[in-house]
Design a protein. Structure first.
Length: 115
């Protein structure tokens, strides 16, 4: 059974940093696309960042501030978030793909940025 478990969320002041982790189990995702999404209160889930092979992609709103990376030995993907803004407040979800589509999702971790 595949499980994705996020950690690292919390409360931080604007301008601060957090590092999210997503540990995968039940399947190896070293050759799969993995990503981070977020959902703010009253809004739909939105794409944040993705890593596929050696390529990374970011939403315009986080480009230059967030960095996605992975450790294939640990089967873990990370999201380093710097220069956080109050509008980054959301539940952050990790996702892993199968045949190119995101089919596995974590339970989410809350990130709250105070002004």
């Amino acid at each position: 059974q595949v499980q994705l478990v996020e950690s690292g969320g919390g409360l931080v002041q604007a301008g601060g940093s957090l590092r999210l982790s997503c540990a995968a189990s039940g399947r190896t995702f070293s050759n799969s696309k993995m990503g981070w999404f977020r959902q703010a209160p009253g809004k739909e889930r939105a794409f944040v960042a993705q890593i596929s092979g050696g390529n990374t992609y970011y939403a315009d709103s986080v480009k230059g501030r967030f960095t996605i990376s992975r450790d294939n030995v640990k089967n873990t993907v990370y999201l380093q978030m710097n220069s956080l803004k109050p509008e980054d407040t959301a539940v952050y979800f990790c996702a892993a793909s199968r045949a190119g589509a995101y089919v596995y999702w974590g339970q989410g971790t809350q990130v709250t940025v105070s002004s």
